[in-house]
Design a protein around this ligand. Structure first.
Ligand code: PLP
Length: 323
């Protein structure tokens, strides 16, 4: 189907959703290009986002922020590690759209990157709660809910079914780019998995777009359950949400291949492969990756090529830090 610029593809594909599923446009179609040096295709979602931050989190916020407003919540309560991109993107964009943000933060290895993220978080106006680890965070939730007056509860990484719609939309966008001849149909789409919404949404979106590309999720986070079953469940919850809001969705059975091979010792811990991928991307194609998410995902993509995967491999750049 031919999409019109400026309106979400989900609304065009399922007009029944126009009134029931509000959307706030925060970015425009992200470009695709061939990375000749590395020998793969790139969808550059680092460029997604018209505001103070870019990357995959912005696509999720396009559905999350209006959902919070529709539910009459003044504050979003969400979760992440000290250097959370998701927390920072949410704080920056929510403030522009009249919502407050409270963040419960767990520890992660401190380096210059994490310190500077934390400084930006402090300046963002979000209320920060240092809950240290996963279990203390879970235990603090009732207190945090009361402290912030029944906030909009958003899981880590924005990977609620509503947030996942951002990548259903991106999957439809990629389908459109394939149909228009900008790139061949990928055999495999490689993406980092931190909380799962990006990979789960893409799998559903690509299936709705009629592509048979497989999604390979490269796990970079050992604090959440992020296997194929968990991501499949998230895709199905997103599909159910669309149906409940009235979409006449065809039967879909999206699935994500998930690998922990490039995780290393844990979240935020570099590996030799991620260091090599970061350097190769910069030197061969001028592509800036981050050490926590996209360098590990790129290590996975390069390994596919080295192992002789047949068909085009597409890497999704999800890192969109802006100074
Ligand atoms: C730069 C970057 N890439 C990838 C991801 C992973 O996305 P998701 O949380 O949807 O799995 C994140 C966040 O977790 C991120 O900040």
């Amino acid at each position: 189907m031919k999409f019109v610029a400026g309106q979400p593809r989900l609304h065009q594909r399922f007009p029944e959703l126009r009134d029931s599923l509000p959307h706030l446009k925060l970015g425009s179609r992200s470009p695709v290009r061939r990375l000749e040096g590395l020998g793969l295709w790139l969808k550059d979602d680092g460029q997604y986002g018209d505001g103070p931050w870019g990357g995959n989190k912005i696509r999720k916020l396009e559905w999350i922020l209006p959902d919070a407003r529709r539910r009459g919540r003044g504050t979003i309560l969400t979760f992440g590690a000290l250097g959370t991109n998701h927390g920072l993107a949410t704080a920056l964009y929510a403030r522009e759209h009249g919502l407050r943000v409270a963040l419960a933060l767990v520890d992660q290895p401190l380096d210059d990157h994490v310190r500077s993220q934390l400084e930006r978080l402090r300046q963002s106006g979000a209320t920060l709660h240092f809950t240290r680890d996963k279990w203390r965070t879970v235990a603090a939730v009732p207190w945090l809910m009361a402290r912030h007056g029944l906030p909009y509860l958003l899981p880590a990484g924005g990977s609620s079914p509503v947030g996942t719609l951002g990548y259903v939309e991106a999957g439809l966008e990629l389908g459109e780019q394939v149909a228009e001849g900008e790139l061949p149909e990928p055999a495999v789409v490689v993406v980092a998995v931190g909380s799962g919404g990006t990979a789960a949404g893409l799998a559903l979106g690509l299936e709705l777009a009629g592509l048979s590309s497989r999604v390979l999720g490269v796990v970079v986070n050992d604090m959440l359950r992020l296997d194929s079953a968990a991501l499949g469940r998230l895709s199905r919850r997103a599909a159910r949400l669309l149906r409940r809001r009235g979409a006449r969705l065809p039967e879909a059975a999206p699935s994500v291949d998930v690998s922990r091979e490039w995780l290393g010792a844990g979240y935020g811990q570099p590996t030799p492969e991620s260091g090599r991928a970061l350097a190769m991307a910069r030197e061969r194609d001028g592509l800036a990756l981050d050490p926590v998410y996209t360098a590990k995902a790129m290590a996975g993509a390069l390994a596919l090529l080295e192992r002789g995967t047949s068909g085009p491999v597409l890497f999704v750049q999800t890192h969109g830090a802006r100074p």
